[in-house]
Design a protein around this ligand. Structure first.
Ligand SMILES: [Zn+2]
Length: 254
């Protein structure tokens, strides 16, 4: 059993929450400190509120546009955001002091983020390897899209969510079409998911040298999972409907 990561509630209480009307710190880039790197209007910096103990927490502000999102980015913006994020994540992962490095993103009120402004997080973990909690089977399932750079599946054995979509970067694949696939799934989740869904997460994994990202629709978590770790998967008819919609010309078939 892996030990939990400590969450510092004292720091958590000080964080500004945009849903509570706090001014957005990422809309005032001149006030930001501990900046690691800038590229076009993107800023990679240390997280001012390091709530997770024994970690090296960073934030990647993806754009100067407060109300934008991956699901709304132009192709050029989308490609530069994912290329920058993957580059900095992998660079961080080569640092020997970390056992593993997280790269994830929240969107919407149910995704667990405190800021609306589009951003992702890259967090080095000194003592924790997230891969110990993840099985290769968590990415397996019917193929719904494939191109020269990536392929997309719907999980048969999800980690916890009843419809988890996986985008896998092929060996030597480029990140542009990988990013396009992520955007297509994010749009599907927000527009056509079988239950109304206004939130999603992206979680990136590097397992056995292969880069994958899960697109997680977020809604109120099931008590069966919260209390018993019983994973649920959508019924066969609903799964087929999602696959048919995603393969249609509204999404990957277009
Ligand atoms: Zn903002």
């Amino acid at each position: 059993m892996t030990n939990p990561i400590q969450f510092d509630l004292h720091i958590g209480k000080e964080k500004p929450y945009s849903a509570k009307g706090a001014p957005c710190p990422f809309c005032r880039p001149e006030s930001l400190t501990n900046i690691l790197e800038r590229r076009s209007d993107m800023i990679w910096l240390m997280n001012k509120y390091p709530v997770f103990r024994d970690t090296w927490p960073t934030v990647l502000v993806e754009t100067s546009q407060h109300d934008s999102d991956i699901s709304l980015y132009s192709p050029e913006k989308l490609h530069e955001v994912i290329a920058f994020g993957v580059e900095k994540w992998r660079e961080t992962a080569t640092r020997p002091e970390f056992r593993s490095v997280l790269y994830f993103r929240n969107f919407g009120p149910r995704a667990g983020g405190s800021q609306r402004h589009p951003h992702s997080q890259i967090i080095g973990l000194y003592h924790y390897d997230y891969r110990e909690n993840i099985y290769p089977e968590n990415f397996l399932g019917p193929l719904l899209h494939e191109d020269a750079d990536c392929y997309v599946t719907l999980s048969d054995y999800p980690i916890c969510c009843m419809a988890e979509f996986n985008v896998t970067l092929k060996k030597d694949g480029g990140t542009d079409r990988f990013a396009d696939a992520v955007q297509t799934i994010a749009r599907f989740v927000l527009r056509d998911f079988p239950i109304p869904c206004d939130s999603y997460n992206l979680f990136f994994y590097e397992i056995r040298g292969r880069i994958r990202v899960k697109v997680f629709p977020r809604y109120t978590a099931s008590p069966l999972f919260m209390g018993y770790r019983i994973t649920q998967v959508a019924d066969g008819t609903s799964r087929q409907h999602m696959l048919d919609t995603l393969r249609s010309d509204r999404y990957f078939g277009g």
